[in-house]
Design a protein. Structure first.
Length: 181
């Protein structure tokens, strides 16, 4: 049963929906889906310019609604959720592209023997540990050793994602400058 504090945050119609049983809840979600899906998917397609991403966003929102103890107060909540989820997805894609463009995946070093590549990686690791200061060092290790995203690193270190990206870009530039002398 939901506690009183949660029910106070809902309007009376939403509070009544929160008390519904499982069958009624499923029917409520289905009605919500039928009533709003086409408008939600249209908005997501416009913002993301792609069917696959748009469908993922809308499905994620309906999963969150279905798993939530508190149903949405009104249908406009769903459109706001689509807009916010699309904007977050766009930000993620932009940051991912910016970082990906900093370090090309395919270059001449890929053609070197594995021993030489491992030696270069070890040299970079030593340089990072000895020459980079915080938070550059931590961000670099979290990104490339722990394989965290910029957003995950920012959350972990309590930084803005753009600031985190800037520090990572500076670190990569210092490494490039040092090893391409």
């Amino acid at each position: 049963m939901l506690d009183k504090r949660i029910l106070e945050n809902c309007d009376s119609a939403s509070a009544n929906q929160a008390r519904l049983g499982l069958a009624e809840r499923k029917q409520f979600i289905e009605q919500l889906f039928r009533r709003n899906y086409s408008e939600m998917i249209r908005l997501a397609r416009v913002l993301l310019a792609g069917d696959g991403e748009a469908e993922d966003v809308v499905q994620d929102i309906f999963l969150r609604v279905a798993n939530s103890d508190i149903p949405p107060k009104n249908d406009s909540y769903l459109l706001i959720a689509v807009r916010n989820a699309c904007l977050n997805r766009i930000r993620q894609m932009q940051l991912h592209e910016r970082v990906k463009n900093l370090l090309p995946i395919e270059d001449d070093s890929d053609l070197q023997p594995i021993d030489r590549q491992l030696e270069q990686l070890e040299d970079i690791s030593v340089f990072v540990d000895e020459q980079l200061e915080e938070p550059h060092r931590s961000i670099f290790h979290l990104r490339f050793d722990d394989d965290l995203t910029i957003a995950e690193i920012a959350r972990r270190l309590g930084l803005n994602p753009n600031t985190t990206y800037k520090y990572l870009a500076q670190s990569i530039q210092k490494i490039r400058n040092h090893f391409n002398h």
